[in-house]
Design a protein around this ligand. Sequence first.
Ligand code: ZN
Length: 98
Amino acid sequence: MIRIKCPFCGERDHSEFTYGGDASIVYPALDASAEEWHDAVFLRENIRGMQSETWHHVNGCRMWLVVQRDTVTHEIRSVRPAHEATAKLFAASEEEVA
Ligand SMILES: [Zn+2]
């Protein structure tokens, strides 16, 4: 069982989330060749170890998160909002609480 500590909702079972894929992929420009798009969409590394992944808290706050997870042990090293503007708002709200 994987437990993900959502920055907005707290620790939740992974069944509340949908896996979004490898967060380290950089997609090509919209006018890039079909081959570049093919490679970006279909060719994936099968990482053994720590991987950066996107997860959608679909049965919670509905935010997209970036999770650093070990694919062997399922240890989660970090969780943060996926979108920069949301991450900044989240960081600012954390400072207000502290
Ligand atoms: Zn959440």
